[in-house]
Design a binder for this molecule. Sequence first.
Ligand code: NDP
Length: 477
Amino acid sequence: MPLFEYAPAPESRDIANLKPSYRPFIDGEFVDGSGEQMKTINPATEEVLAEVGTASPSDVDTAVKAARKAYARTWSKMPGAERAKYLFRVARLIQERARELAVLESLDNGKPIKESRDSDVPTAAAHFFYHAGWADKLDYAGLGPDPKPLGVAGQIIPWNFPLLMLAWKIAPALATGNTVVLKPAETTPLTALVFAEICQQAELPPGVVNILPGAGDIGSELVNHPDINKIAFTGSTDVGKLIQRQVAGTSKQLTLELGGKAANIVFEDAPLDQAVEGIVNGIFFNQGHVCCAGSRLLAQESIVDELMEKLRARVSTLRLGDPLDKNTDIGAINSAEQLAKIKELVESGDSEGAQRWTSPCPVPERGFFFAPTVFSEVQQAMRIAREEIFGPVLSVLTFRTPDEAVSKANNTPYGLSAGIWTEKGSRIFWMANQLRAGVVWANTFNRFDPAAPFGGYQESGFGREGGRTGLEAYLSV
Ligand code: NDP
C-alpha cells in the first residue's frame, strides 16, 4: 500500500511552442536542407512531434564555409570581452526560455520534466555563464602566454542530454574564439534548433554557430570535411573509434567522450540510506541513459543483503510514466532501438544466471518504457557486468576487501566515472587514487558543475570538457 496517492500533475505541452516543421541553421538563417525530411517522435507516445529538414553533404560544405568566414572575419578577431557579451546573452536567453526548452526536451527525448527543468536546462545555461567568464581571461588561464583558437570545430552530440551536450560543446568553443558546426542526434534535434533561434535573438554574428540535423552519415561528412580544425564527439565507443580512424593522419584535433560502465562502491561503514539515494540517482537518473551512470554496484559482502532490501524498497517507490508529469521519476526510453538493446542485454543477464528483480510499477502500454531493474549475483564475466546497457538496469556485484573492490571496479575497458560510499576520509583518498576513472564521486553521484572537468580513460575516450582544462581542447597553446 503506497504512503501517498499522487494526483496527475502534468506540465502543459503548449509551453513547448512546438512547430510543425524545423529546418537546419546555416550562416545565421534557417534554410531548407537538401537532405531528406525526417520525423521526430515523442518516445512516450510514439506520436510524430514535427518534421525536420536534414542536411546533405553539400549543406555540410556550406555550413563549414560559413563557419570559416565567420571565424576569419569576425569571431577570432573579436576581443574576448566582446565574445563574452554574446555568451552572457545566450545564457540569459536560455534562462528566459527555460520552461519552453524543458518541455520540448521532455517531449523529444522522453526524460522526466523534473530532470529537464531542474537539471538539463539550468546546467546548460550555467555552462554559457561559466565560459562567458573565461572569454576575456584566456591569457591568464595558465595555458601559455598567448593561446589561440583552433578554427572551425565540428561537433557531434548524442540523444541522452541534447541541449546540455550542445552547451558542453558550444560554450567552450565560442569562448575560446572558435566557430562551430554541430550535428545533433537524429532522434532529438528540436532543442538544438530552438537554440539556433536563441543565437538569432542574441544577434550572434552569422556563421558562428551552424546546426545541421541529420543521421550518422552527416556526422561522418563533418568529420571528413577538409576545412575542419577540430572534432568533438560524444556518443558510443564504436563510433568514437571510427572517428579516430578517420582523423588519423590529419591535422584535426580530436576529443572523444564515449561510453562507461561505472562502479558505485559501497563499504560496510557507509550511511546506507544515503547510499541508496546515490545508487538510485546513479543508475535511474535519465532512465540510465547516462555515459557516467553507476551501472555496476559493488557492495561489501557484509552489508549486501541489508542494502538490497533497502534498495528494492526505494526503487519500488519510483514512479514511471508520462515524462511531462511533474511527479514522474522515470520517463520513456528514447527510441525503439534503444529499448530493444536494453531488452536484449537483460535477457543475456537472465540466461547467464544473474537474479533479476524488476520494480512492480505499472508500465504504460504505449511508448517505449522499461521498468527499473536490479540484477544480483552478477559475475564479472557476464555481459551485464561488462557492456554498457544505457538503460534503467543495475548490476550488483560484491567484494570483501578494498583491494578486491579496486580490482573489480577497474576490471572494465571503460574508465569514465566511479563512486565511493564510506565514512572514512582516508579510504576515499586511497580508493580515488587507485580507480582508473576520469571522475570519482565520494558519498554522492552524478554531480555536475561547469567548473569541473569531465572525461574518460581507455575506451571512455580522451580530452576533458568543462573547467579550465576543458578550454585547452579548443586552444592552440
Ligand atoms: P552513436 O555513437 O551512434 O551516436 C552519437 C552521435 O554520433 C549521433 O549524433 C549520431 O547520429 C552520430 N553518428 C552516428 N554514426 C556516426 C558516424 N559514423 N560518424 C559521425 N557521427 C556519427 O550512439 P547511438 O545513439 O547509436 O547509441 C548507441 C549506444 O551508444 C548506446 O546504446 C549507448 O550505449 C552509447 N551511447 C553513449 C553515449 C555517451 O554519452 N557516452 C551517448 C549515446 C549513446 P545519429 O543520431 O543520426 O545516429
